[in-house]
Design a protein around this ligand. Structure first.
Ligand SMILES: [Zn+2]
Length: 85
């Protein structure tokens, strides 16, 4: 961790170390400019694990969504088959 990094004032929920700003950018939204900040844990190893968990959760959500869609299709197909019988 270097002194040049901006502290965010918040701490990592995982390890309790201070979180730092890794990137800031501005985006024009209609008439105003919105500042966005991307923050990360000051411990890069911890951040890697956090990213991994987030990635895994995202993957799980996609799988669940996929399962729900499949079930819905099956439900519709069963209903249609019954109707035609
Ligand atoms: Zn951390």
């Amino acid at each position: 961790m270097t002194a040049s990094k901006n502290l965010t004032g918040s701490v990592c929920t995982r390890c309790g170390k201070p979180r730092v700003v890794v990137e800031t950018y501005e985006e024009k939204v209609e008439t105003s400019v919105v500042m966005y900040t991307i923050t990360a844990c000051s411990d890069s190893e911890c951040q890697k694990k956090v990213d991994q968990v987030l990635k895994e959760e995202k993957r799980k959500r996609l799988v669940i969504k996929d399962e729900q869609e499949k079930r819905e299709l099956l439900r519709k197909a069963t209903f249609a088959a019954r109707k035609n019988a």
